[in-house]
Design a protein around this ligand. Structure first.
Ligand code: ATP
Ligand code: MG
Length: 420
């Protein structure tokens, strides 16, 4: 993409009540725009990131055997009444249609997915199966001051699994744990994300949260000094000692929940009278698990933990572009032509190799302005074509998080490894 064509521009200012440093950079760099507290437009640069996160997550869900659907955002009142959540879920956005029919915007979709599954799964032979979607959720959050970390409208992946066998239900739960870590590894969060024991509600003693340590987080987790086992604040009272190794020393960390997995038991299936016909013709209870990841929250979390004082530092796998090709103008018209020719050739060669490139072809910008913007935007590699580099038939390639640039011959620039 040519930067001169990008309709967004970097900005110095951001709304004063945006408290998360990562979100401040996302706003200033033009990845997102704020419409209201907790409500954002995802701009082209941000959309590239989100699309890559979505691909990584969708592939992982497909590998687990998840079948993808898109469920409605308008959820009629009667479904919420069936589960008792019309009044019990306090963050629902409720609305009335012209005929006084009432809806709540989807905040989580057990109310749709359970009766949906019930329409098709009758016999025990129809189980197990899993349904997922990646869809916008709406929640009337009390505090929405941490940008993408807590939206009132946000993108979530929600997977629901259906079982008639407890062992099989537990086995999938464990498989999803591993799958989540593969997702966090690819998106650059694994090193600071902890599998955390949390309360389980009615049907299970525990659920598990995937908590990423960051000062911007609103949760507190307790990490065992000895083995690194992690417990959420809310259940910590039950465990003066680490349940894994018995150690009594815990460190405290602020963290943000990027994902969670939950055993629902028969909570929702029973509410809808969803049972299966067993091998002996008798009814069997249907067990459910649900598994969430917030995609926009994940993007905000990466921005939060992967940055320096100058801007964002994207992990290669989810960077909007792998390379930021920066052309620096010379005062000499003839030299300028050569710089442009060299830059355009690299631009088209890299694209042919399927390397995503943001090409800073803007004229009338100083070296300082261009470099400042490149640091703020945070592509993994900066490739500079200038009078100085051309004098050596080279370009300068610098990793975003390193100080040293490398001179790479013009003929070798396109074979450079931009992937890691
Ligand atoms: P929290 O405790 O942070 O409010 P939650 O327990 O309400 O989260 P879930 O209902 O389990 O979250 O939703 C599944 C996932 O959706 C979460 O792990 C998180 O990644 C994401 N999520 C939840 N609420 C928000 C929000 N307001 N903005 C962005 N992402 C969210
Ligand atoms: Mg919540």
């Amino acid at each position: 993409m040519r930067q001169s064509q990008l309709f967004t521009k970097t900005q110095k200012d951001f709304p004063a009540d945006e408290t998360s440093a990562g979100t401040q950079f996302l706003l200033r760099a033009g990845f997102i725009d704020r419409t209201a507290a907790g409500v954002y437009t995802i701009l082209p640069l941000g959309y590239n990131v989100l699309r890559k996160i979505e691909n990584i997550i969708a592939k992982a869900m497909d590998r687990l055997g998840g079948q993808r659907v898109t469920m409605p955002a308008l959820v009629p009142k009667k479904y919420w009444e069936t589960t008792g959540r019309w009044n019990a879920f306090d963050a629902l956005y409720k609305l009335k249609g012209k005929n006084d029919d009432e809806y709540a915007l989807g905040a989580t979709l057990e109310e749709i997915v359970t009766p949906l599954a019930q329409k098709y799964a009758v016999s025990y032979k129809d189980f197990p199966f899993s349904i997922y979607q990646i869809q916008t959720k709406f929640r009337d959050e009390m505090r929405a001051k941490s940008g993408l970390l807590r939206g009132r409208e946000f993108l979530m992946k929600d997977l629901y699994s259906f079982h008639v066998d407890q062992k099989d239900c537990d086995a999938l739960y464990e498989k999803v744990k591993d799958s989540y870590f593969s997702i966090f590894k690819e998106t650059g969060l694994a090193a600071s994300t902890y599998l955390t024991l949390a309360g389980g509600g009615t049907f299970s003693k525990f659920s598990h949260e995937f908590q990423t340590a960051t000062e911007a987080g609103e949760d507190i987790i307790y990490l065992c000094d000895n083995c690194g086992f992690s417990i959420n604040r809310e259940i910590k009272k039950e465990y003066p000692k680490c349940p894994e190794c018995g150690c009594e020393k815990f460190g405290e960390k602020k963290a943000i929940e990027v994902g969670n997995i939950f055993k629902l038991g028969t909570k929702y299936s029973a509410a809808f009278g969803f049972e299966a016909v067993g091998p002996d013709g008798c009814k069997m209870p249907v067990l459910m698990n649900c598994y969430g990841i917030g995609l926009t929250r994940l993007m905000g979390t990466v921005a939060e933990i992967s940055r320096d004082s100058a801007g964002l530092i994207w992990p290669a796998a989810i960077a909007p572009f792998e390379a930021h090709l920066v052309e620096l103008e010379s005062k000499d018209g003839e030299v300028n032509k050569k710089i442009r020719e060299a830059a355009q050739k690299i631009y088209s060669d890299l694209q042919k190799r399927d390397i995503g490139v943001l090409y800073d072809d803007r004229t009338g910008k100083s070296v300082g302005e261009k470099f400042k913007d490149a640091d703020l935007l945070g592509m993994p590699f900066r490739v500079v074509v200038s009078e100085k580099s051309l004098a050596k038939d080279s370009v300068e390639i610098k990793k975003r998080d390193s100080r040293e640039a490398e001179l790479v011959g013009l003929d070798k620039a396109c074979a450079f490894n931009f992937k890691d």
